[in-house]
Design a protein around this ligand. Structure first.
Ligand code: TRP
Ligand code: ZN
Length: 899
């Protein structure tokens, strides 16, 4: 009898919760892992030879061994050469237990799997023309019986045997053997000298082409670099290769980390659940995160490739050489690696721009997560399905926590700390506690209170007030902190929060002298200070302040908090033009824009028409100054001009008024467009559309400002401007400008624009139908159209040849594009969007649970809407909940949302 047959009866009870407090070391460890994959059409035979030994650290010597295994057909199992019979082992829920196991033994299992039928895209599966794997977090158990947990690290040797129609056979480490076999078959054997957990295992077999380069490491070793893609994509690999070499150099220079194998490979795969995966020496990437060329890829796409290539490369140290003890420690590798890749991108392009982008993402998606039913600390205490915890919180907030540590310790101490961490824990599977301890030991800092960031969820609030004593020439800032309750904890203890500040006087930044403070030798800049907030309420007094200043607060977004200070409009205008902190100039522009939008929202709620809405002159003048300020980075001007997004406005609201947000924001934008038309047209016209495309920070900035002005001008509905936009669509030499123009045409309700949108969309599809990633952009621009009738179009596109309901990138472009990025339409029509999303989730629940669960996010936020929407959204969650055979992924998110 096979495991599949044994496990057939579906278990009726709810999936079980795994707790951090229950962590126990494994009973057995695996010295070596020898794998052999015989891949045939329709079926793959996996032979695994494991050298097992009792873990000396286990509480008591074990006499049985439970291995993970899911959807495996067991052919045979042998212990020390003896084939085991039915009484020697038992099947459990996704596991097998071998009875009477000795101190040390060799286990050989032979199992069969069906990669062609694996639609979950975890384990070994087929994507288009190739076989590939995805093992993080718990995919290896779908390949063979194993101790599939990150604290079991083993030395892997892997042989892949296939028909020669798959000429390229890859796995981790170095190629040690290859050759021919009978029946037109061949094999390759790879050996990885570094011990690793199973989640870092990878295998690829396919008909692939590659570009090749070399990198000479700081100690003079030559490393071969290869990027493998389907032959049709060979012209889109150069940017990824450049990014890889830049990453390798940067990690040597900034963290002292050298690459350790003789070869580093990247493979691009079209069907992939996430962005990319850091498998040792063999990174596997979603095509969307590797392929790039100007004709097909937007600037955002280029930057994403650079960032993801760096991210996965940096994991070689932060994740692979030092890995996680258990999955509760996920942020140990992810938060740290996101911090590393964002600093890399800051160094490659513009630091302030990168910060604005990261903070925007954090403040919309992560803050919303922290305020919803799935809120969890960056180190969660429990989970049902670990795939649900690859979240904004673990990644993005996790990176902010590392950033705060770097801010508090200072550059030198932080580097000493990371050196000690890598040195002390090389080859180990460790915890976030170990990371913080290394920083403490290297720097002498006490981070006891700081560690609350790891255990308490929720976004802290800072209420900041000030007073100026003219006689004493003292200025004081009082900061109160609080944190709303989250599912795991009602009463939060105060956080240790670095609050970076400056004081702006009539002549610019004032020197800062903190009363009763030791002189600060570390910073040469005495106009910037990091205040350490540790109590619920604290007052900081500055002396020798000769005029009443305007405070520049939480500079560079020094902590992931929501803060409030009662600025006047004049204060914000001053900060917007004079703050020496570029980030806070943008922050001031956002707060100004926010006030203006909130006024329009109130008018909308009171039933006033917003048709000819006017904004205050002061606001117009502030933006006019920004447009004229040639000293400002063009990208920053673009971001300052982009008012707070609907997602951010929703996050700030207690009850989200979808229509007021959409209409209020649109009205303010239109008012600005009317008032600033000459300046906007000057910028648009000054742009040379024929210049050769470059992906430098300056060129990206110029395009982004020009396209923001195009967006404003298109609000005016003027035929000449619409024609100009269509001409940009037709003549642009790069995808950024093409997509910007197409997006504007699609979203304008002017009759001429609609007519041109239809013809341009047809033209676009004709032109790009054979470029899958470009087709995704075509799908998402339509899915995100704010005009009425979009849901019908989305449904029609589901049956279009361009769509493939099994491909995660297509699902993200069309379904998530509509449900997660088009609020005005998703929430329209008495819940039609909710029902549509629930239908998709029910279908994906069996096909690809991890994608199904991710798609659910918009419905989980139901408590933030009015009561009518609440009941409609809740009804769809209940409908999903009532489905038979819910995956753990979907069950966890839906049940927590309804709790
Ligand atoms: N570790 C990957 C990263 O770089 C994340 C990842 C890729 C992943 N594929 C996955 C996580 C599949 C879960 C499931 O961030
Ligand atoms: Zn990662």
């Amino acid at each position: 009898m096979t495991a599949v047959e044994q496990n057939l009866p579906a278990t009726e009870q709810a999936p079980k919760t795994i707790y951090l407090k229950d962590y126990a070391v494994p009973d057995y460890l695996i010295k070596t892992t020898d794998l052999r994959f015989e891949i045939y059409d329709g079926e793959t035979v996996v032979s695994a030879m494991l050298q097992l030994y009792r873990n000396p650290a286990a509480a008591q010597p074990a006499t049985q061994l439970t291995l993970h295994g899911a959807n495996l057909e067991l052919v045979s199992i042998a212990l020390n050469g003896k084939i085991l019979g039915e009484g020697d082992y038992q099947f459990g829920d996704e596991s097998i237990t071998i009875l009477n196991t000795p101190e040390e033994f060799t286990l050989i299992t032979i199992t069969k799997i069906k990669p062609e039928q694996n639609t979950s895209l975890e384990g070994l599966y087929r994507s288009r023309t190739m076989y590939c794997t995805q093992c993080e977090a718990e995919g290896f158990r779908k390949i063979t019986y194993y101790l599939d947990r990150p604290d079991v690290m083993s030395e892997f040797t892997t042989t892949v045997v296939t028909d020669k129609k798959y000429p390229v056979l890859l796995s981790n480490g170095n190629l040690i053997d290859q050759g021919e076999q009978e029946n037109n078959r061949h094999y390759a054997t790879w050996h990885d000298p570094f011990k690793k957990p199973a989640y870092l295992f990878a295998l690829v077999a396919g008909d692939l082409s590659c570009i090749e380069d070399t990198f000479t490491t700081c100690s003079g070793r030559d490393v071969t670099l290869k990027i493998f893609v389907e032959p049709k994509d060979l012209d889109k690999c150069d940017h990824a290769m450049t990014s890889l070499k830049n990453s390798m150099r940067w990690d040597e220079e900034v963290y002292g980390r050298e690459y350790d194998l003789n070869i580093f490979m990247i493979v691009a795969v079209d069907d992939f659940n996430m962005g990319a995966m850091e498998n040792k020496g063999l990174n596997i990437f979603n095509t969307s995160c590797v392929l790039a060329k100007p004709e097909t890829t937007t600037d955002a796409g280029f930057q994403r490739v650079e960032g993801v290539v760096a991210h996965e490369y940096f994991h070689n140290w932060s994740g692979n050489r030092v890995t996680c003890r258990d999955w509760f420690q996920l942020s140990l590798k992810e938060g740290f690696t996101v911090y590393r890749d964002s600093e890399f991108s800051a160094d490659m392009g513009s630091r302030t721009v990168k910060r604005v982008e990261d903070v925007t993402l954090l403040r919309t998606a992560q803050f919303a997560e922290d305020a919803g039913p799935m809120a969890h600390p960056i180190r969660p205490e429990s989970y049902i399905e670990i795939s649900n915890f690859y979240t904004m919180t673990v990644y993005e907030k996790g990176a902010e926590v590392i950033r705060m540590l770097a801010t508090l310790l200072g550059k030198e101490n932080f580097r000493k700390g990371t050196d000690l961490y890598f040195d002390r824990h090389d080859g180990q599977a460790v915890t976030t506690e170990d990371f913080v301890k290394a920083l403490e030991d290297a720097s002498g800092f006490d981070l006891t209170q700081f560690k609350r960031w790891y255990s308490q969820a929720g976004t802290p609030r800072l209420q900041i007030t000030d007073s100026y004593d003219e006689d004493a020439q003292e200025y004081s800032l009082t900061i109160k902190q609080s944190c709303p309750p989250t599912p795991e904890c009602a009463n939060k203890l105060p956080f240790h929060i670095p609050v970076a500040v400056g004081l702006i006087g009539s002549g610019g930044d004032l020197p800062l002298a903190l009363k009763n403070a030791e002189p600060d030798f570390e910073t040469s800049d005495n106009t910037y200070k990091v205040l350490e907030l540790t109590e619920a309420e604290q007052t900081f007094v500055f002396e020798r302040v000769f005029e009443k200043p305007v405070p520049s607060l939480v500079r560079g977004f020094s902590a992931p908090v929501k803060w409030h200070y009662d600025y006047s409009q004049d204060d914000l205008v001053l900060l917007m033009s004079r703050d020496s902190d570029g980030f806070n100039r943008w922050e001031a522009s956002q707060q100004l824009g926010l006030h203006a939008i909130q006024e329009a929202m109130v008018a909308h709620q009171q039933g006033q028409s917003l048709a000819n809405w006017q904004v205050e002159t002061a606001l117009v003048e502030a933006y006019r100054n920004v447009l004229r300020d040639t000293s400002l980075d063009r990208a920053m001007v673009a971001y300052m001009l982009s008012l707070p997004s609907e997602a951010y406005l929703s996050e700030l609201a207690d009850v989200i008024d979808v229509e007021a947000i959409h209409c209020g924001r649109a009205a303010v934008r239109k008012a600005l467009a009317r008032a600033l038309r000459p300046e906007l047209e000057t910028i648009y016209r000054a742009y040379d559309h024929q210049q050769t495309y470059a992906v430098t920070a300056a060129a990206i900035a110029a395009r982004s400002l020009k396209n923001v002005t195009l967006g404003y001008l298109m609000l005016l509905g003027d035929d000449a401007l619409i024609k100009q936009c269509e001409s940009q669509y037709r003549t642009a030499n790069n995808m950024t400008d093409v997509m910007a123009a197409l997006t504007q045409l699609v979203n304008s309700d002017a009759p001429l624009a609609q007519q041109l949108a239809t013809s341009s969309l047809d033209d676009f599809y004709q032109r790009w139908q054979h470029e899958s990633l470009v087709v995704n952009q075509w799908l998402s621009v339509q899915a995100m159209c704010v005009l009425p009738g979009t849901l019908q179009k989305v449904k029609a596109l589901q049956t279009h040849a361009a769509f493939d309901g099994k491909n995660p990138n297509k699902i993200r472009a069309l379904i998530a594009g509509f449900c997660a990025s088009n609020p005005i339409n998703f929430h329209a029509d008495a819940g039609a969007g909710y029902q549509f999303l629930a239908d998709q989730i029910i279908q994906l629940n069996t096909q690809n649970p991890s994608i199904a669960s991710r798609l659910l996010t918009p419905l989980t936020k139901w408590k933030k809407y009015n009561s009518q929407r609440q009941s409609l959204m809740k009804a769809q969650l209940e409908r999903i909940m009532a489905e038979p055979d819910l995956s753990k992924d979907v069950f966890e998110v839906v049940s927590k949302s309804l709790a």
